[in-house]
Write a protein that binds this ligand. Structure first.
Ligand SMILES: C[S@@+](CC[C@H](N)C(=O)[O-])C[C@H]1O[C@@H](n2cnc3c(N)ncnc32)[C@H](O)[C@@H]1O
Length: 298
């Protein structure tokens, strides 16, 4: 509108905007999407309705969610998820509903109460797992992220054992039955909140992420007990950081079994599952996460 005023075409700009709003549902968003982003999306989501929903949500302000630490009958989803309007409820923390869904669906694989979260800060997943009764040992190598984690814990009045360690260099004297690896990635799946990620897809950078992701899985497998579970998560749907990472691990390690996840909010693609943001449409959509559940069988 302001642009319209400066060249005295307010009426024309208004007419165009009104027309766009009237035809909002008929807009073919696909042609406005960066081709590289489109190509990657097409590889993962074959359904037109999912793709169109993702394209259209890049252009709308997403809903934010807050998760309750305790069950609450008034919640919108699974007794835990609320919309974040203006204020955070006292016993809630901010987290995307897709993030919640991933942890909610995989928690049953963690048979042991003690769990190590090896890329834990700022703590979203550790806090949620703590609220489901797990004793979390949280590791991260970033002081600034750990400080945010501690602020979150203080506000929520929760205690979690946090260790500032580089996971790839750390020496462990014990092994674990349950490991969560929420690996560093391109964050492509957060396109609704950070639309610029769709324009910054850099193959060589993503290959570097893949190298670290594989190193982190290898290290996790070394400290995982036999019959133990490793859950690998990234907030991306780039094949390099998701399917390809797990394929490479499966080719090298013959003692790993992949497990199915029971969630109607995810889509299975080869070696793992992607959150289907369309399945959360009624609640306001979600980010896209990839998750794969690995068991060390021998
Ligand atoms: C995707 S974020 C984790 C988000 C967190 N799990 C949550 O739910 O809030 C990845 C984290 O890995 C950490 N990280 C990256 N390289 C690491 C390393 N070598 N050792 C430990 N942490 C590392 C980063 O500092 C970052 O906090």
């Amino acid at each position: 509108m302001e642009e319209g005023k400066t060249f005295k075409k307010e009426k024309l700009v208004n007419a165009v905007l009104r027309n766009i709003l009237r035809n909002k549902n008929k807009i073919k968003y696909g042609k406005f999407i960066y081709p590289n982003f489109k190509k990657i999306l097409d590889k993962i989501f074959s359904s037109d309705s999912i793709r169109n929903y993702i394209y259209s949500t890049i252009f709308t302000k997403p809903k934010n969610y807050q998760i309750s630490l305790i069950d609450n009958q008034k919640a919108l989803y699974k007794k835990r998820v609320f919309i974040l309007d203006k204020k955070i409820i006292k016993e809630c923390f901010v987290q995307d509903i897709g993030n919640f869904e991933v942890i909610y669906s995989v928690r049953k694989f963690f048979k042991d109460k003690t769990l190590i979260d090896v890329c834990a800060a700022p703590g979203g997943k550790s806090i949620l797992l703590n609220s489901f009764g797990f004793d979390v040992v949280a590791i991260d190598n970033s002081q600034s992220q750990i400080s945010k984690f501690k602020e979150n814990l203080k506000r929520l009045d929760i205690k979690i054992n946090i260790q500032k360690v580089d996971f790839l260099k750390a020496k462990f004297t014990q092994k674990f039955n349950s490991i969560l690896l929420d690996a560093p990635c391109s964050a492509l799946g957060t396109f609704r909140r950070n639309p610029d990620v769709t324009l910054k897809i850099d193959q060589s950078k993503i290959k570097k992420h893949q190298k670290i992701q594989i190193q982190m899985i290898e290290k996790s497998l070394k400290i995982l007990n036999k019959k133990g579970f490793l859950v690998y998560i990234v907030c991306s749907f780039h094949p390099f950081e998701t399917i390809e990472v797990i394929d490479k691990i499966m080719q090298k390690h013959k003692n790993i079994k992949l497990h199915n996840i029971n969630s109607d909010k995810m889509i299975k693609r080869q070696s793992g599952y992607f959150i289907n943001p369309l399945s959360f449409k009624e609640l306001g959509g979600s980010d896209v996460f990839f998750v794969s559940v690995l068991e060390k069988i021998k």
